[in-house]
Design a protein around this ligand. Structure first.
Ligand SMILES: Nc1ncnc2c1ncn2[C@@H]1O[C@H](COP(=O)(O)OP(=O)(O)OP(=O)(O)O)[C@@H](O)[C@H]1O
Ligand SMILES: [Mg+2]
Length: 253
């Protein structure tokens, strides 16, 4: 469904991604982990077409993001790290922002989309008229996902969806990522530095080390991988005994 082929990217003379090959199957959730500055966000930007890689290709359902950006982007939804909502628009207008630019909608269609998307991310309909700055961090992330879902993407790209959230809200966002995949079958790429979150949501894990793909495998393989950087991450998660690799997401909103 999503394929990254021999991708490298440099900012000026500085190479931040080196020869990355990745394949994500339809409906799978791939987590991308790695050290800070390792190139995770850059990889996500290349996948989404926001950035044209220096070398290599990204294919979505066989369509090249470089050669047919408009067509490829129809299948891609991006959920930004800080939700990136338009602060001057209310929640309803934020959700409709992209869809309205894609096609003309009747008032009735707009109402339906907003109601459906709010329900999809478990937010009350009354939230529609609120402004982003009156929402909690978790609610903003939900609205960011609702906006992406309104475009009916086949692939969702999440940049650090749980960063800056308290553990309970982080659980609820993890659950939402898994539920969204289960319900809609969307292929999902989740950039995260939170091992616990990764163990809860990911089918497969990729690990970037200084721009190179040091590991790709199932989450069980990841847990026992003897790859520098990964073992420390897993150890650290174990040491924080509150949340040692909780595979079940508590049933809570
Ligand atoms: N627009 C840019 N111009 C120049 N250098 C950049 C640019 N964006 C990122 N970089 C550099 O590229 C490297 C990779 O950045 P990137 O943001 O992809 O890493 P990351 O893995 O997402 O890091 P973090 O965990 O901090 O989010 C870093 O050294 C960063 O400073
Ligand atoms: Mg980043």
């Amino acid at each position: 469904m999503l394929e990254v082929r021999e991708l490298s990217h440099s900012y000026g003379a500085k190479e931040v991604l080196h020869d990355i090959d990745l394949n994500v199957k339809e409906g799978q959730i791939l987590a991308v982990m790695g050290s800070s500055g390792g190139g995770k966000t850059t990889l996500l930007k290349c996948m989404s077409g926001l950035l044209v890689p220096t070398r290599g290709e990204v294919l979505v359902d066989g369509i090249s993001v470089r050669k047919q950006p408009e067509l490829a982007r129809m299948s891609l939804g991006l959920v930004f790290q800080y939700a990136a909502l338009f602060d001057y628009l209310n929640v309803r207008e934020n959700i409709l922002f992209g869809v309205e630019r894609r096609r003309r909608l009747s008032a009735r269609e707009k109402d339906d989309i907003v109601a459906e998307m709010l329900a999809a991310v478990s937010l009350d309909e009354s939230v529609a008229t609120q402004m982003p700055d009156s929402l909690s961090g978790g609610m903003r992330k939900r609205v960011g996902l609702a906006r992406a879902l309104a475009m009916q993407p086949k692939v969702l790209l999440y940049d650090e969806p749980t960063s800056g959230l308290d553990p309970i809200t982080a659980f609820s966002i993890d659950r939402l990522i898994v539920d969204t995949r289960d319900r809609l079958g969307v292929t999902s790429i989740v950039v995260s530095h939170d091992v616990n979150s990764v163990f809860r949501v990911a089918d497969r894990v990729a690990f970037l080390d200084a721009g190179r793909l040091a590991f790709v495998g199932s989450r069980d393989e990841f847990e026992t991988a003897r790859v520098s950087g990964i073992d420390e991450l897993v150890e650290k998660a174990r040491a924080k005994n509150f949340s040692y690799i909780v595979r079940e997401i508590p049933d809570q909103k």
